[in-house]
Design a protein around this ligand. Structure first.
Ligand SMILES: [Zn+2]
Ligand SMILES: [Zn+2]
Length: 316
């Protein structure tokens, strides 16, 4: 009963913060009860009513297991540093872990089964941020907290950090056109994460969370200065909350985004051996574009425009 009341209260508080923001600074013109709003509400309720408790239990279990390791010297060294430095290093390590774990979610077929659920949202707002398979949610919470647990950050500070990260996740998914201005290379923003959800580039750019620095360093930063027009996946989708929870356990249909780029590379090597798709350079030659148009119809049914951006690089 208490969990249900907390869930209702959280929904009311979050709505009170984000709905006015989305009305005042809209990134997209969309109705409050936009497409698939009900499915995202189910994910919200599922996360609060069912999945948060097991995920927290998993984190506590991991913390107890780590206590068995000889981490005392490392923790003593960390705790001897100034508090601001501990905080900055903790955020940097956590953000770097999330960046690589997120990229791995788009590379690993196993992880993509679960993470793709998050990418099925056809529209973004604060509620769509909750569209996460519980396994994907557990994976993310574990990755972002594991370095902090190893460093000996107490559980109550971890909880505060998790709340902050949770609110930030809602902000970067929200339908809000606010940007950090001159701090845009240091602080993330909704526009960056919206491009991560864009239909054609789905999951090939902007993997970072709090700060885009990792994207800048590793060549996955993408910000054309406007919001994308379409969101979601070009793959076949399951519709409905329960269907999306079950789908990762069923035999896979369709290809994941990284696979489509790999398939394009294989196609180019076979059809145009003198002009293969370079794995780390921009993908905008006429040959590759024409190949991508033909291949995209055969492999994933996505538009050739997804291979034309000078900032688009293969995810690795
Ligand atoms: Zn997202
Ligand atoms: Zn993603």
């Amino acid at each position: 009963m208490q969990v249900a009341l907390d869930t209702l209260l959280s929904f009311a508080l979050l709505s009170a913060v984000f709905v006015p923001l989305e009305r005042l600074f809209p990134a997209q013109r969309q109705r409050l009860l936009r497409s698939e709003w009900g499915i995202d509400l189910c994910f919200f309720l599922g996360q609060y009513l069912l999945w948060t408790a097991p995920v927290v239990a998993l984190l506590v279990l991991v913390q107890r297991k780590l206590e068995l390791l000889p981490l005392a010297p490392l923790r003593a060294f960390v705790q001897a540093q100034p508090l601001w430095l501990q905080f900055a290093v903790a955020i940097a390590i956590s953000d770097a872990s999330i960046y690589w774990a997120h990229r791995l979610s788009h590379r690993s077929q196993f992880l993509w089964r679960f993470h793709r659920v998050h990418h099925t949202a056809p529209a973004l707002d604060w509620l769509a941020a909750h569209r996460e398979h519980p396994f994907d949610n557990a994976y993310t919470r574990l990755v972002e907290n594991l370095p902090l647990i190893v460093l000996g950050v107490p559980l109550h500070l971890l909880a505060g950090f998790a709340v902050f990260r949770g609110l930030w996740a809602l902000f970067i998914h929200s339908n809000v056109a606010l940007t950090p201005g001159p701090l845009r290379f240091v602080l993330g923003a909704p526009r960056l994460h919206h491009w991560h959800h864009e239909l054609a580039r789905g999951g090939q750019v902007n993997f970072a969370n709090l700060s885009p620095l990792m994207d800048l360093v590793f060549g996955t930063y993408h910000d054309p200065g406007v919001f994308p027009e379409r969101y979601g996946l070009a793959e076949p989708l399951a519709h409905g909350y329960l269907a999306q929870l079950i789908e990762p356990f069923k035999p896979r249909r369709g290809a994941r985004p990284a696979q489509s780029v790999q398939a394009l590379n294989t196609y180019c090597l076979r059809e145009m051996p003198n002009d293969p798709l370079p794995s780390t350079s921009t993908v905008n030659t006429a040959n590759v574009v024409s190949a991508s148009a033909a291949l995209s119809k055969r492999v994933v049914g996505i538009s050739s425009s997804s291979f034309q951006s000078p900032s688009l690089r293969e995810s690795r």
